[in-house]
Design a protein around this ligand. Structure first.
Ligand code: DON
Length: 560
């Protein structure tokens, strides 16, 4: 009888994988933006409604997030964008921060060679040369269709009118208050208490945005704003000069492209590790029929974890800024190499990370970035992830310019073998050098199915970004979930070191965890965190768009 029921379930499951799933998220006929704040999604959609394309909407959404979501949206940080035009042309933009000209490999070490606590994470010493403004201007010049003032004026209006504090934002501001004061003094704008429903106005940021609207990148990287940024960072002990700002350039980079069964996955190339690491994970899993194992089942978790463990070990060793290091992509992305990497894998037990490599570390801080996905009425798609690194970056806030500065320098490996704030251990490939870009995990991704645009997906989450994006794609493809279900589904994470399997609080039974423990998996105990905050769009079979706005945040899909 049991066998029969089991067989019945398997048949139903197999049938489910075939049948198109009904959408459960916001559905729109023409165009959509999914982002961390409703204000930003609305501004992006308004730009498309008045005739702008997805690239115009990106410029507006990115800047609107800097106003409405200063936790991660930014002018003082950087990011990556992957696009797919309706014609099928693809590309990627790297607007990642760079190390300043005076940076060097040992800059965060004391005279004994030990890492100086907080120096790469808090205050001016942590700040990398910002890339966001160069990124949006580059996008606008190459692919924009509306004049910059039509795109930026609504954002400037939002900054002047102010943004209403949400419940979640009020909590966050409260939890960061002491850190803001420690870095900026108690007269800082963010030293006061904010309640849900309060409105915060950003007139200083509106002025800076107006300069960018009028002068393009020179409004930020040259002249008065650049002088103010450099002087302020140096007064606070940091390293960025006017020359650093003037020299900054965003770089177009061809994405990493690979197939998984009948999907074509297009994701960010180095200096982000996202595309390469996800490529390795998917190709290590491909020989198995994970869809038949069941969503978040023991076997599915094991397969994914073992692939991720091996891929992250490679990530940490091989990957860095491709302008500075040779990355052996022609080897580490081949099926032969990846099949070999999985040779020791068995469903009977875990492969300890010490057998894959060495080291013992701890994941320290939670992490804050933001992702948005856009599709316009013509079918052009944008997937962009942008960050200050930690929540509000270095916490350093320029009161006159209205800008928080990143603490992205911590994404470098300050010392080989010593973990950064995401517990990631780096190697020589990611050591600090002047003008080098620090390795990232950001994974803005676009997926084609049978040659057509199918998913636009990405997330914040530091080192967990890659696994969260991969699981969202698997949820949609292998487990036939709607976009919203795929985004909301509980997630897990493994990154080689520390050798622990992390689970979100909801959705994983005690029995499942016990079984995994018996097989040799070390389960992360104690307070569980959320893993990623995915914002995604799916193109439904009838051509409409379904948004997946992560329930874990204030994220919102808006479309028309
Ligand atoms: O580039 C990276 O990998 C990190 N700076 C991303 C930080 C992040 O995702 C924080 N988010 N929640």
């Amino acid at each position: 009888m049991r066998r029969l029921i089991f067989l019945g379930c398997m048949v139903i499951l197999a049938a489910c994988r075939q049948a198109p799933v009904l959408p459960t998220g916001v559905v729109a006929d023409n165009a959509m933006v999914v982002s961390a704040r409703v204000e930003a999604s609305r501004i992006g959609v308004a730009i498309m409604k008045k005739g702008g394309n997805a690239f115009d909407a990106m410029v507006a959404t990115e800047m609107a997030l800097a106003v409405a979501y200063p936790f991660a949206g930014n002018l003082g940080g950087g990011g990556f964008m992957v696009y797919r035009k309706a014609s099928g042309d693809i590309g990627g933009l790297d607007y990642r921060e760079k190390a300043p000209l005076t940076a060097h490999a040992d800059m965060y070490l004391d005279s004994l060679g030990n890492v100086i606590p907080d120096m790469s994470t808090v205050g001016a010493t942590a700040v990398g040369v910002p890339g966001t403004v160069a990124g949006i201007i580059e996008v606008h010049q190459k692919y924009g269709s509306l004049p910059l003032n039509e795109i930026l004026q609504p954002v400037i209006d939002l900054a002047n009118k102010g943004v209403v504090v949400t419940e979640k934002q009020a909590k966050r501001l409260e939890s960061y208050k002491e850190r803001f004061i420690a870095v900026n003094g108690d007269s800082t704008k963010f030293a006061r208490e904010f309640k849900a429903g309060d409105t915060i106005k950003y007139p200083e940021l509106a002025t800076t945005l107006t300069k960018i609207m009028d002068q393009g990148r020179d409004g930020f990287y040259k002249g008065e704003v650049a002088q103010k940024i450099a002087a302020f960072i140096q007064e606070n002990g940091g390293f960025i000069t006017e020359k650093d700002l003037e020299k900054y350039e965003a770089v177009w980079r061809y994405p990493v492209v690979f197939t998984y069964k009948d999907l074509k996955i297009i994701s960010m190339s180095p200096p982000s590790s996202g595309g390469v690491t996800m490529n390795q994970i998917f190709k290590m899993m491909e020989p198995y029929d994970i869809g038949s194992f069941g969503h978040n089942s023991e076997k599915a978790i094991q397969l994914f974890t073992e692939a991720a463990r091996r891929a992250y070990a490679d990530r940490n060793y091989f990957l860095g800024d491709p302008d500075f290091v040779d990355i052996p992509l022609d080897v580490i992305l081949t099926q032969e190499y990846l099949t070999q990497r999985m040779e020791g894998f068995s469903f009977d037990g875990a492969t300890p990370s010490s057998d894959v490599s060495h080291g013992q570390v701890e994941v320290l801080e939670s992490m804050e970035t933001t992702h948005y996905s856009i599709v316009d009425a013509k079918g052009n798609a944008i997937s962009a992830t942008t960050t200050l690194n930690g929540g509000y970056g270095s916490k350093l806030y320029h009161p006159e310019l209205g800008i928080f500065f990143n603490n992205e320098m911590d994404d470098f490996s300050a010392k080989p073998g010593v973990p950064n704030m995401f517990g990631l251990i780096g190697a020589e490939a990611n050591s600090i050098a002047p003008e080098k870009r620090m390795l990232s995990s950001m994974t803005p991704t676009i997926v084609e199915k049978e040659g057509e645009l199918w998913l636009v997906v990405g997330t914040p989450g530091g080192s967990t970004i890659i696994t969260a994006v991969a699981q969202t794609i698997l949820n949609s493809y292998e487990f036939n979930m709607s976009m919203q279900q795929a985004v909301n589904a509980p997630r897990f994470h493994h990154q080689w070191l520390p050798d622990v399997l992390m689970f979100e609080e909801e959705g994983f039974s005690g029995e499942l965890k016990e079984n995994l423990k018996t097989k040799g998996y070390q389960i992360m105990e104690g307070r569980s965190r959320i893993i990623g905050k995915v914002d995604a769009i799916k193109i439904l079979p009838d051509g409409r768009l379904e948004g997946g706005a992560d329930k874990r945040g204030d994220d919102t899909a808006v479309g028309y």
